[in-house]
Design a protein. Structure first.
Length: 383
């Protein structure tokens, strides 16, 4: 089961890491490995959401998403999108950006370094909005209660996440952007950081709006489908449980593509906090995209989406950490290995917290213990 589901992902991982080691030595191998782990970790919540929607589709549309959809995810969002970001921020064409990265790495590095403040502000704001909206959402479990409980009180305040994000942007523009890091020193990038940060915020709101639009369309189609099934039952016709098809499945497919694109942003933008090397990013993010597909298939087949209750928390705290680091790197350099290990550490801690929570809350009858009605220890947080 594991090999059949993850076989292609394992193969791509081995090939990608071997390529990095042969072409760029141990440094390239380490960065690609960190990017892969980070992308896989951040993609877990993507796979959970995908699986929750995908299981409602019939076999034909599931295959469409897992073939055409993964091509869009790998080649569109994780391979082409990083090049596009570099091209736009550096003011060159995509082909020229790739050519410079291959033939004139020093010139390419200088261009990307000079463009980094705008990339960091755009990505930092986008990731920060993901993190803040996660904190403000109503959740059954709290991983860091001393932070999540006070913020939960702001849940009912309209625009609280946007307001906090804009305050963060203003502080970044005021204290970090005037002395932004450049290839040959420092420069005042206040206006650039403000413009890029607002663009990142708008991008998040547009992507969220599209997701909401397709979700509403999906709910309308599913209501019609339920009405048709109910009418069929009343007339004595056999109702086949083969999954959603037709218009409803089409809207499901569009909804999944928008969701996948929005989840891809965090991995792509987060990668810029670790490295500016587009080929290392392409390898690491490409490996991660393969695991999104494998995890989605595995979760659909196993039907176990909620086994690790704090893993989604860990992924979003890693996103919050990446957002913070990106904004700090407007002025200060931070070693990419430290950035990568921080995200992986947060994921690991959330996984450990989930295992501990499962051990304390598992039904005694599942362990074959007597006294299934014994009182359990109440644990409401993971940290």
């Amino acid at each position: 089961m594991i090999l059949r589901t993850f076989g292609w992902s394992f193969g791509v991982t081995i090939a990608g890491l071997a390529t990095a080691a042969l072409l760029w030595g141990w440094e390239g191998f380490a960065i690609v490995a960190i990017l892969s782990i980070l992308e896989i970790s951040l993609s877990f919540d993507n796979a959970v959401v995908n699986a929750g929607v995908l299981k409602r589709m019939n076999a034909f549309w599931q295959k469409i998403f897992l073939t055409i959809g993964i091509l869009i995810a790998v080649f569109g969002m994780r391979l082409i999108f990083p090049v596009a970001i570099v091209a736009v921020t550096a003011g060159v064409g995509p082909i020229e950006a790739v050519d410079l990265a291959m033939s004139e790495p020093e010139t390419y590095e200088q261009m990307v370094t000079d463009a980094h403040p705008s990339i960091a502000a755009f990505g930092g704001m986008f990731l920060l909005m993901i993190f803040l909206n996660f904190l403000f959402a109503e959740r059954e479990h709290q991983w860091v209660p001393w932070l999540e409980r006070p913020l939960a009180k702001l849940r009912g305040v309209d625009g609280a996440a946007v307001a906090l994000a804009l305050i963060t942007l203003l502080l970044t523009a005021s204290f970090l952007a005037p002395h932004a890091h450049q290839y040959d020193g420092h420069a005042d990038k206040t206006s650039t950081v403000l413009l890029a940060g607002v663009a990142g915020l708008i991008t998040y709101l547009v992507v969220g709006g599209l997701s909401g639009f397709f979700e509403n369309k999906l709910e309308q189609e599913e209501e019609r489908e339920d009405e048709r099934e109910e009418a069929a039952r009343r007339s004595g016709k056999q109702v086949s449980a083969v999954g959603v098809g037709g218009k409803a499945a089409f809207f499901l497919f569009l909804y999944l593509e928008v969701l996948d694109a929005s989840f891809s942003f965090d991995g792509v933008i987060g990668a810029f906090a670790i490295t500016n090397h587009i080929f290392w990013m392409a390898l690491g993010l490409g490996i991660g995209a393969m695991y999104v597909r494998s995890l989605t298939v595995y979760l659909v087949r196993q039907g176990t989406l909620d086994e690790y209750v704090f893993l989604e928390h860990g992924a979003h705290y890693a996103i919050g950490a990446l957002a913070t680091i990106l904004l700090i790197t407007v002025r200060y350099e931070i070693n990419e290995v430290i950035t990568g290990l921080l995200g992986v550490t947060l994921i690991g801690l959330s996984f450990y917290s989930s295992l501990r929570w499962n051990k304390l809350h598992r039904d005694p009858s599942d362990r074959g213990e007597e006294g299934g009605s014994q009182e359990k220890t109440a644990v409401t947080s993971g940290v």
